[in-house]
Design a protein around this ligand. Structure first.
Ligand SMILES: [Cu+2]
Length: 194
């Protein structure tokens, strides 16, 4: 399945989505909602906003290792906090051991058009706070290191809730440095919610 859904789920649904991310993508698509074995059930009061995306990475640059890669993103917002988890599979074996930068960007994920994704989603910029600071607390950074099987996971937690939109998680060629820079845009996955 390619695409993005946004929904409001009760606690069991949220845990189901997180459980999906915990397992292999192919198996997860067949797994019914619920808490899989080994998952810790965290009580959640009231409603929680969840945005998910699951599908092939869209290639932004030729010759990268993401031509056959897929990803799952789950973004859960509760009150003022947001947790995002990313799982990537099917990365080319030549990339094993490499770390790639990944961030939520403000614009959409358009194959072959890395510029369409726009800048990083930065809560200071979005809310007009100055001076703008660039770090993992004000942006959603999901750098990952590829394992020998071509899979990787990343997660982050921030104290803001990104505003709705058609956005992209962009994968870059290098790990993110302290300026928020990570090199060329190699691939992306769309993430939309409203
Ligand atoms: Cu980026």
């Amino acid at each position: 399945m390619t695409g993005t859904v946004r929904c409001v789920l009760a606690a069991v649904g949220v845990l189901g989505v997180i459980g999906v991310l915990a397992g292999p993508v192919a198996a997860a698509q067949k797994r019914p909602p619920g808490v899989p074995p080994g998952e810790v059930a965290i009580p959640v009061a009231g409603k929680t906003d969840v945005a998910t995306s699951n599908g092939p990475l869209r290639v932004l640059a030729p010759h990268g290792p993401f031509g056959s890669a897929r990803a799952v993103i789950v973004m859960v917002s509760q009150g003022p906090r947001t947790t995002v988890r990313l799982k990537v599979t099917g990365v080319g074996r030549t990339a094993a051991g490499r770390t790639f930068g990944a961030h939520l960007h403000t614009g959409p994920c358009v194959a072959g058009d890395g510029a369409a994704a726009g800048p990083h989603y930065n809560t200071d910029v979005i809310n007009g706070h100055k001076p703008v600071r660039v770090d993992h607390e004000r942006e959603i950074w999901l750098d990952f290191t590829v394992g020998p099987s071509g899979a990787a996971t990343a997660s982050t937690a921030v104290r803001f809730v990104p505003r709705p939109g058609d956005r992209a998680v962009v994968v870059h060629e290098h790990a993110t440095d302290h300026h928020g820079t990570a090199g060329a845009r190699l691939a992306c996955l769309p993430l939309s919610w409203d």
